[in-house]
Design a binder for this molecule. Sequence first.
Ligand code: SF4
Length: 310
Amino acid sequence: MKYYAPHYYAEFRCIANACRHSCCIGWEIDIDAQTREKYRNVSGAMGKALAENIVEGDPAHFRLRADERCPFLCDDGLCRLILTLGEDSLCQICADHPRFRNFFSDRTEIGLGLCCEAAAALIFGKKDRFHLLGMGEDGACVEVLSAQEEEFFALRDALFAILASEAPLDVRMNQILAELGISPLGRTLGEWCDIYLGLERLDAAWTERLLRLPSAEILPLPAWESEFSSLLAYFLYRHLAGALDEACFSADFAARAAFSVLSVQIIRALFAGGEQTLSELIEISRLYSSEIEYSEENLQTILDCLREGE
Ligand code: SF4
């Protein structure tokens, strides 16, 4: 098995109590069976706290407080489980976040999700062009992929080659769509706004930003080409692989590429209409990611719109 991750991956560090939008607030956190068993053996005050703050089920999960904070998130933003029992005490989801994985028959690709502001800062901050690095000590082993996976990597490489060219980002995005035979995304920003407003929404700050979309413009923003190129690389890397799970690989691959381009256009339009700073770009991207990428239902609704080309 080969493991790959983007060039910035190894530099990721959770910023814990410096994080303005901790992933320990607002998300239901499932506890894997092995960790649940480990927690049963914790004694003393911490054992009692664990017993009181876990809801049993398949899987069990932490009982969020009324303000939606994880019961083990201290007021200073640090994790009481880490402080008391050490980092190894975390359940799989907490230890893993914000990492995501795409699995192939003989390769696993890992990435960092944009819903985490520390990950977003890395994705935008590293100026080298997106590329993957092998991880681990298996450099010599030969990778065995299925025929469809071979096709997938050839197609993806072609899109990343377009993305790596020197042409303006808008030209590259149109070339990517043309390569896959997709016509331009077919709706105005106002129409996309209505579709996004029809999705499940978690944060009022996202709704507030979405409502600005109809009056926004898609501007090239030359000073931010590098950041938006990195953003497109992120979406392509994260989402294209999902096409391998679908019955109609080619159509889904094209829809996922279109989703990547659409996501960049929406984030760029929202960004262009406001304060153009890196922290604002991180915030809009973080919101978009939490609301769209981390809801399978929302993601599928957008993909369906793009598949139908309505
Ligand atoms: S969102 Fe990212 S930086 Fe913030 S607490 Fe979670 S992992 Fe750490």
